[in-house]
Ligand binder design. Structure first.
Ligand SMILES: Cc1cc2nc3c(=O)[nH]c(=O)nc-3n(C[C@H](O)[C@H](O)[C@H](O)COP(=O)(O)O)c2cc1C
Length: 174
C-alpha cells in the first residue's frame, strides 16, 4: 500500500501539521509540498492520499484556499481515483474568520469526489466554536479542521484522534 501526504502553505502551518501527521502515522510517505510537483500523475499510483489545505480567500465560492491547490482543482477532478481513499485536513482560524472557518476543505473534497475517490476522515463538529463553514456537511466536517491561530491547545488531541480514525479507514496505515 502506498500512501502520500500533500500540502500547500503560505505561512508554514499546514506544512507543520503535515509533518506532525507523518510522525503519528506509520505507512505514509514523507509529506510533499504541492508546489514542488510538476503534475498530479503520482496520485494515480497511490492507494491513499492525505491532503492539507489552508483557507486564505475569505468568503470566496471558488479558489477558496489562495494557495497552489486552487490551480490544481480542475486537474484533480479529471483524474480517475476510483478505489482510492482520500482524507483532507484544513487549516483556518475559527475566531477571526468564524463565518468562513476552513471553507477550502470542502472545495478540495468536491474535486476528489468528482475523480471517484472514496472520501474518509470526516470529523464531528461539536468540539469546535465557529459560526459558519462551507466544510460542514450535516453534523460533520468533511475532513479534519485544525486551528493553530485560536485553538492550538486542541491540536494534539485532534491529530491523535484523527490518526486513530485514519488507521481504521485507510488500509496500510498503522
Ligand atoms: C488575510 C487572511 C485571511 C484568512 N482567511 C481565512 C478564512 O477565510 N477562513 C479561515 O478559517 N481562516 C482564514 N485565515 C487563517 C489561515 O487560514 C490560518 O492562519 C492558517 O493556519 C494558515 O495556514 P498556512 O500557514 O499553512 O498558510 C486567514 C488568514 C489571513 C491572514
Amino acid at each position: 500500500m502506498a500512501i502520500g501526504i500533500y500540502f500547500a502553505t503560505t505561512t508554514g502551518k499546514t506544512e507543520d501539521i503535515a509533518e506532525r501527521l507523518h510522525g503519528l502515522l506509520s505507512g505514509a510517505n514523507p509529506p510533499k509540498d504541492l508546489s514542488d510537483l510538476e503534475d498530479l500523475t503520482e496520485f494515480s499510483s497511490l492507494d491513499g492520499i492525505i491532503c492539507g489545505i489552508p483557507t486564505w480567500n475569505t468568503g470566496a465560492d471558488s479558489e477558496r484556499s489562495g494557495t497552489v491547490w486552487d490551480s490544481m482543482l480542475e486537474d484533480i477532478g479529471a483524474l480517475n481515483l476510483n478505489g482510492k481513499k482520500v482524507a483532507i485536513f484544513g487549516l483556518g482560524d475559527s475566531s477571526t474568520y468564524t463565518e468562513n472557518f476552513c471553507d477550502a476543505m470542502e472545495e478540495l473534497h468536491s474535486y476528489f469526489k468528482k475523480a471517484g475517490a472514496t472520501m474518509v476522515g470526516y470529523v464531528d463538529k461539536s468540539s469546535y466554536t465557529f459560526d459558519e463553514s462551507k466544510s460542514v456537511v450535516g453534523e460533520k466536517f468533511c475532513g479534519l479542521a485544525i486551528d493553530e491561530d485560536s485553538e492550538s491547545d486542541m491540536t494534539d488531541d485532534r491529530l491523535s484522534k484523527w490518526c486513530n480514525q485514519l488507521k481504521d479507514e485507510i488500509p496500510g496505515l498503522s
